[in-house]
Design a protein around this ligand. Structure first.
Ligand code: NAD
Length: 306
């Protein structure tokens, strides 16, 4: 698995990262045995980056991921863990007091002494706190959010070095590539770039998105049509979508949510195949044409827009 440098952090992340929200049963239920086997296979296949949050499954994802990582029985320095703060099943709280407590709670659930990256989760709903880096409980600080403007808004206002990483989601997949527009800006600010949800949170899968997916009916139906086109032509929409997301090497890691050994196998194989023989340009162009009417269509997120 290819390793890419994350901004100025010195961390080298696998190009495919393990998104652990499915381990919180966010995309249907996952047994502990399945979770352990998925994490183990991912690690053995060269995936060294694992992303979670206290929000996923109301803390379940952190607990399950923590157990699975511990069961690997390898030195802590061999894997990179990111978690988040500020967003919880009960709601948002970015206060210094809650964030400080939050990181201790996360460390306990993850059974770790430190996380590599602590990210303020979906900051369009709140603001940013910085103290924890100094306490040694996280090595690097990041922010996550859906609207791309949150990144430029914050980075335009904080002193250089305040933020190490940004995590964007659903903006670097076949149906929405708007993250590309701000990559030069992010690079100029020296922050590492993580892109999540290459499958657009399930839109670009044969099984389709979960019930809670916020996309418009129009976007859902176009993605369904793209998945059907792939199936009917012996292609796999998820493979194509992940490979598309991996094409831009300025993006350090593409976080894909995985809930089974089969999905880990498929996603690792997709990355390897991309390196060996490139992307299926014909399928990409056909799927691009099907998705053109909904290209770059997103949905509201955050206080101002809701
Ligand atoms: P995703 O686009 O990665 O899609 C996940 C869905 O696709 C799940 O249902 C999964 O089971 C399925 N899937 C995975 N591999 C597949 C394959 N090969 N074939 C068919 N289906 C497959 O969306 P996501 O999980 O939301 O995003 C990835 C990760 O990024 C999350 O787990 C989380 O760690 C992170 N994330 C963070 C934020 C944030 O910070 N605000 C937001 C979104 C995602």
């Amino acid at each position: 698995m290819e390793l890419r440098e994350l901004g100025r952090t010195g961390l080298k992340l696998s190009s495919v990262g393990f998104g652990a929200s499915p381990l919180g049963n966010v995309f249907g239920s996952v047994s502990e045995q399945q979770a352990n086997a998925s994490v183990r296979l991912a690690f053995q296949s060269g995936i060294n980056f694992f992303d979670t949050s206290p929000y996923y499954g109301g803390t379940l994802s952190e607990k399950v991921l923590g157990k699975a990582l511990k069961a690997l029985n390898v030195p802590r320095s061999e894997y990179i863990v990111a978690t988040k703060c500020g967003r919880y099943a009960e709601g948002f709280d970015f206060s210094a007091e809650r964030v400080t407590r939050s990181v201790d709670e996360s460390l306990e659930r993850l059974q770790l002494d430190y996380v590599d990256i602590l990210q303020c989760h979906d900051i369009e709903f709140g603001s940013l706190d910085q103290k924890l880096k100094e306490a040694g409980k996280t090595r690097f600080i990041g922010i996550t959010g859906l609207p791309l403007e949150v990144f430029t808004y914050v980075l335009d206002r904080v002193p250089p070095g305040t933020l190490d990483v940004i995590l964007s989601y659903c903006h670097h997949s076949i149906n929405d590539s708007t993250l590309e527009d701000i990559v030069p800006y992010l690079k100029s600010k020296g922050v590492g770039i993580i892109s999540a949800s290459p499958l657009a949170m399930g839109l670009l899968t044969e099984a389709g998105p979960p019930e809670w997916h916020p996309a418009s009916p129009e976007l859902k139906s176009a993605c369904r049509a793209a998945a059907t086109y792939c199936k009917e032509n012996g292609k796999n929409i998820s493979k194509l979508a992940l490979q598309y997301s991996l094409l831009n090497k300025e993006i350090t890691s593409v976080l894909v949510g995985m809930k089974s050994v089969e999905q880990v196998e498929e996603n690792v194989a997709a990355a390897r195949e991309l390196t060996a023989s490139g992307i299926d340009e014909e399928a990409l162009s056909e799927v691009g044409a099907i998705l053109k009417p909904v290209k770059n269509q997103s949905w509201p997120s955050g206080i101002q827009q809701s």
